[in-house]
Design a protein around this ligand. Structure first.
Ligand code: FAD
Length: 382
């Protein structure tokens, strides 16, 4: 593994950092307060090629690779975690359609996701009664003439109020004939499809500017050409997409934690107690030392997973480890950042409390920490 970044990776990192600090960061506090969907920012990310980093150039993507994707995610997350999660899901959706779609599906969706025409892409796997265990999903897809009719409910879907296309997973085989994960397929559902109802946005602890909504599918009709990746092939698509998505969420956690450290360092150098900047107290120095060490460890795990994926090597276990460690480390780091800020860490005026709230979700979505441990343990025991 080469820890030296190449020219393309440095360029993407610089581009993302410049946009993040110049455009996103000045709005981050307000976006969190108002829970406003950052439409202009998503458009800007698309214009810079950051919504399609792993998509091939022929389909409008940047084709810059997984390491570059992780670096860009870190930069955007350091400024605004809400923007970064929608960036992550959109990249994941574009990549899944390029990989599993037929030529027509690729041509129809991937360039429009990359250019921002579809605003964002959404990934609708979770249901009210099936999160960690998607095999328990109840949404069904029934053949109807030359298409399909989808019925059911999805829960916690990021970006779906604004998404031009949503990948929706549904059961195409009954549990009796296709037990477990065997009878699941996935469908490309366009915004505004008849029978697709977008629910009220959730009122969340963190990532408040990212849209999170329930979906109702009531005799939602899609054409025959909307089946993605073949009949009953949906579970494999979900698992492969989530493996890659976990690198995205690990990167998000790293970005949030890095911002929390940078703010803590700034604050510790300015804030005085007992006549000296608090940065001179050894207790504060040790906190910062531990925070930075955890951040670097998270980054190395994440880079290994990204590197493996980029080279086409197995990376499922590495992505689970990166996501598990980075998300839990981010919560510890952000918690210490609040402590370093003292009372100022507890008020909205300072970003430390936002970082802690934003970091909290990273151990939950795209597989909870418990599920990452399950994935890792399975591979250790194999
Ligand atoms: C803000 C936000 C955005 C999201 N965005 C999306 C999205 O875009 N698309 C999407 O499909 N989903 C999305 N999700 C859903 C998310 O992926 C699920 O919440 C997550 O997978 C957990 O599922 P659950 O909430 O049903 O919890 P459950 O599965 O009910 O789990 C509850 C608890 O039990 C534990 N648990 C469950 N099974 C086991 C086990 N076998 N061993 C040990 N512990 C276990 C879990 O780790 C957890 O602690 C989002 C969630 C949030 C909060």
């Amino acid at each position: 593994m080469d820890l030296e970044l190449n020219e393309t990776q440095r360029l993407i990192q610089r581009t993302a950092r410049d946009f993040a600090t110049r455009v996103i960061l000045p709005q981050a506090h307000d976006l969190d307060e108002t829970e406003r969907f950052p439409r202009e920012i998503m458009k800007g990310l698309a214009e810079l090629g950051l919504l399609s980093i792993n998509v091939s150039e022929g389909l409008g993507g940047s084709s810059a690779g997984v390491v570059a994707y992780s670096l860009a995610m870190q930069e955007i997350a350091a400024a605004c975690a809400s923007c970064s999660v929608m960036m992550s899901v959109t990249n994941m959706v574009g990549e899944a359609i390029e990989r599993f779609g037929n030529e027509e599906q690729r041509a129809r969706y991937v360039p429009r996701l990359a250019s921002g025409e579809l605003v964002v892409g959404s990934f609708a796997l979770s249901e009210p009664d099936a999160g960690s265990d998607p095999a328990g999903m109840r949404t069904t897809a029934t053949p109807d003439g030359d298409g399909w009719v989808l019925d059911g409910a999805k829960q916690w879907i990021t970006g779906a109020s604004y998404a031009g296309v949503i990948i929706v997973w549904a059961r195409t085989g009954s549990l009796e004939t296709h037990p477990g994960t065997r009878g699941i397929s996935c469908f490309l559902v366009d915004a505004g499809s008849p029978g697709l109802k977008i629910g009220k946005p959730e009122d969340k602890l963190g990532i408040r500017a990212s849209d999170t909504v329930p979906l109702e599918l009531e005799r939602c009709r899609v054409g025959g050409g909307q089946l993605l990746g073949g009949m009953h092939g949906g579970f494999k698509i979900a698992m492969m997409a989530l493996d890659g998505g976990r690198i995205g969420i690990a990167s998000q956690a790293i970005g949030i934690a890095r911002a929390a450290i940078e703010e803590s360092v700034r604050f510790a150098k300015e804030r005085k107690s007992f006549g000296v900047p608090i940065a001179q107290h050894q207790a504060i120095q040790w906190k910062l030392a531990d925070m930075q060490t955890e951040l670097d460890a998270a980054n190395l795990l994440c880079m290994r997973a990204a590197w493996n994926k980029e080279l086409g090597r197995p990376y499922s276990r590495e992505a689970a480890m990166a996501k598990l460690f980075a998300s839990e480390a981010a919560i510890r780091i952000c918690n210490e950042a609040v402590q370093i800020h003292g009372g100022y860490g507890y008020i909205r005026e300072f970003a430390a409390e936002r970082h802690l709230r934003d970091a909290r979700v990273t151990t939950i979505y795209e597989g909870t920490s418990e599920i990452q441990r399950l994935v890792i343990a399975r591979s250790v025991l194999a």
